[in-house]
Design a protein around this ligand. Structure first.
Ligand code: HPA
Ligand code: ZN
Length: 329
């Protein structure tokens, strides 16, 4: 039985496995520029974040109908459950779909078909987090929040993703203020490729409660001290960092030093279909490459439930935390 954990950094579009991409392409009569799944997998050699994003957005063309989004999310939840994920907070990128003529309702209702059945079908509780693309305009983000208004009962929070450098958090001050006024939780990618200053800005200007990635905080000791003091969760994605070359190899990952410094780190999968593994695979990989002991792995699992948006169900959080403490390796 795998260690129980919460997944807090997972882009649902990044769970699109080549086999499902080709199946959806066939179902929707869409041609793909790769001959087969092997040829597509050959393209998964990324130089940086942008080279990944180019393929990530291109392959989304196969997602057209509510059922496509339902099938995508259900496939992810089945895999996540098999790797010990008990609770998943799932990002989606509506602007990438709206731009292709796929409506907000198609995306949210489709995802909800799978998420609404997840606890019964897979034993995984879920939350939905709507991300804004930071390389699109602030006005576009505001329009996206507006388009989501009919679906806010299904959306727990907002996030910020896509190409980081040159798109600082402050660009999105207004939409984050509007999201907060609507009662939405706030997170943002920061310090993946962007500088540590973006992490502080996300906290100060956007009022985020968690930082996605946050890896580059290690370059700024004062920022680390702040993150430790304020118990700001960081949703790290070790296999993603290797594939996108933000770290040279898994053995060089600063996770052990970050835990030693007292940072509230969690381990997540980001875009598992592209980066070589789901949540449990990431736990296994850091255990092997970094020699993390059972206490450290339990700490990571415990952190994931502490950092989860389960404030509306503290009894559930307590139950999950008890599962972590009772786990025998
Ligand atoms: N970083 C930024 N944006 C993203 C990512 C990521 O790793 N995955 C999907 N969108
Ligand atoms: Zn991400």
């Amino acid at each position: 039985m795998p260690l129980p954990k919460a997944e807090l950094h997972l882009h649902i579009e990044g769970t699109l496995e080549p086999e499902l991409a080709f199946a959806l392409a066939a179902r929707n009569g869409i041609g793909l520029p790769w001959a087969d799944t092997d040829a597509l997998r050959e393209a998964y050699r990324f130089a940086d974040l942008q080279s990944f994003l180019d393929l990530y957005y291109e392959l989304m063309a196969v997602l057209r109908t509510e059922q496509d989004f339902a099938d995508l999310a259900d496939a992810y939840l089945a895999r996540a459950a098999a790797q010990g994920v008990r609770h998943a907070e799932i990002f989606f990128d509506p602007q990438a779909h709206l731009a292709r003529g796929v409506g907000m309702g198609t995306v949210v209702e489709g995802l909800w078909r799978a998420l609404g059945a997840s606890e019964t079908r897979h034993g995984v509780t879920t939350r939905l987090i709507m991300c804004f693309l930071r390389d699109e305009s602030a006005a576009s983000a505001l329009e996206t929040l507006d388009a989501a208004r009919p679906y806010l009962d299904r959306i727990t929070g907002v996030g910020l993703d896509s190409a980081e450098v040159g798109h600082p958090p402050a660009k999105f001050r207004e939409v984050y203020e509007a999201a907060a006024a609507l009662g939405l939780r706030r997170v943002a990618h920061a310090g993946e490729e962007g500088p540590p200053a973006y992490i502080a800005e996300a906290l100060d200007v956007l009022g985020v409660e968690r930082i996605d990635h946050g890896l580059r905080c290690v370059e700024d000791p004062e920022l680390v001290a702040r993150l430790v003091r304020d118990r700001v969760p960081l949703t790290l994605c070790p296999l993603s960092n290797v594939r996108l070359r933000t770290v040279e190899s898994l053995g060089d990952h600063p996770l052990p030093a970050m835990l030693d410094a007292g940072l509230l780190c969690t381990v997540n999968s980001d875009d598992p279909a592209y980066f070589g593994g789901y949540a449990g695979d990431n736990f296994d990989a850091v255990r092997e490459a970094l020699g993390l002991g059972d206490d450290r792995l339990r700490e990571l699992a415990r952190n994931s439930f502490h950092a989860a948006f389960l404030d509306d169900d503290e009894a559930l959080r307590a139950r999950y935390l008890a599962e972590v403490e009772a786990y025998t390796f």
